[in-house]
Design a protein around this ligand. Structure first.
Ligand SMILES: NC(=O)c1ccc[n+]([C@@H]2O[C@H](COP(=O)([O-])OP(=O)(O)OC[C@H]3O[C@@H](n4cnc5c(N)ncnc54)[C@H](O)[C@@H]3O)[C@@H](O)[C@H]2O)c1
Length: 319
């Protein structure tokens, strides 16, 4: 009874791996280490493999058998929105092709439980402040489209051969549960602000004339440790007999503006930060926050950390 975690050497995946190991679950990681860091998973077995490569399906089937795998948490994916616009075919190949190989292997080896990393990027620009899972998804970039395609593939496998699956739509993930698992990629707002601080530069804010409380974009920031716990709740849910839902938002339900995030970094670090205000970026929703009532009611999961906790955890890890 082993959980296979794809992308387990990545930022979020390594938190999932550590929580699973801490509760006594056997774990094996599949990661190509393109972005992952092997030391994050300690002595957890690692199979180094690009899921989208020729032969990946057979290697996965072998891994399922060797480790007695009964469930999969699938986090391995390319996640940079800008890069996905530049290389849409590669994103399709990596994110959708990789999942196709994984699902084919799961079917062949009769591994029938999957938790899939989806994203709020599936929603596009919804015309509501808090978005629930029944919203019509209209992704506005190739990355978001690959996540929506992934959800559809998983649902098709459920209908086709009885896969038990849950997709978790993460909102803005930040913070760290352990110092050594801090996000080392400078792709999201919190690492970008800390990088600017370290370089003595002003962080950029794209637009201060949005229709929000202080004119800057508002997002739902969820602590990575809370998010990782949601994966364990989802795995437990897949073991239950009753499974009415297969998609869950993972957020806090609270919105923080870009300026609020910057001000929290300033207050936690004791440094003065004056951002550069730039023009709006095309394609940014003004406000994107999760309606979290479904995950709270059905998975009994609720975020325990707030923005202050998120920033403090990163500051401690970097300090
Ligand atoms: N970080 C966020 O804010 C966020 C938000 C929404 C969704 N997600 C999703 O969460 C998942 C994990 O994100 P993360 O922030 O930990 O990113 P990450 O880049 O740190 O982790 C992804 C891991 O997957 C591995 N990987 C990528 N493509 C692979 C492939 N084809 N074969 C094998 N391994 C591969 C990388 O080496 C890396 O270790 C991704 O699916 C991402 O789309 C992240």
């Amino acid at each position: 009874m082993t959980v296979l975690v794809t992308g387990g050497a990545g930022y979020i995946g390594s938190h999932v791996v550590r929580l699973l190991a801490n509760r006594g679950d056997a774990v094996v990681v599949v990661d190509d280490l393109s972005e992952g860091i092997a030391s994050r998973i300690g002595d957890t077995p690692l199979v180094q493999l690009d899921l989208a490569t020729v032969g990946a399906k057979d290697k996965l089937v072998e891994t399922f058998k060797n480790f007695d795998v009964t469930s999969v948490v699938h986090l391995a994916a390319r996640k940079k929105v800008g890069e996905s616009v530049e290389r849409p075919d590669w994103y399709q190949e990596q994110n959708v092709g990789g999942l196709e190989n994984l699902l084919a292997a799961m079917k062949e080896a009769s591994v029938d439980k999957l938790v899939f990393s989806s994203s709020a990027a599936t929603y596009g620009i919804p015309d509501a402040d808090q978005v629930n899972e029944d919203f019509d998804c209209k992704p506005i970039n190739p990355y978001g489209q690959t996540k929506l395609d992934g959800e559809h593939l998983a649902q098709a496998a459920a209908a086709d051969w009885g896969l038990r699956e849950v997709s978790l739509r993460y909102f803005n993930v930040a913070g760290t549960g352990w110092d050594d698992l801090v996000d080392t990629q400078i792709a999201n707002l919190v690492p970008i602000i800390f990088k600017s601080l370290a370089e003595g530069k002003a962080p950029k804010v794209f637009g201060n004339d949005w229709p929000t409380k202080d004119g800057t974009c508002v997002r739902d920031y969820v602590h990575v440790l809370d998010l990782a716990e949601a994966h364990l709740s989802a795995l437990d849910y897949l073991d239950g007999a009753e499974r009415e839902f297969d998609v869950f938002n993972v957020g806090t339900g609270e919105g923080s503006s870009v300026l609020e995030v910057i001000n929290t970094v300033a207050s936690v670090t004791g440094k003065e930060i004056t951002p550069d205000i730039e023009p709006r970026r095309a394609g940014d929703p003004a406000f994107l926050c999760a309606d979290v009532s479904r995950i709270e009611t059905v998975l009994h999961w609720r975020a325990r950390h707030n923005l202050q906790d998120i920033i403090a955890s990163v500051w401690k890890a970097l300090g």
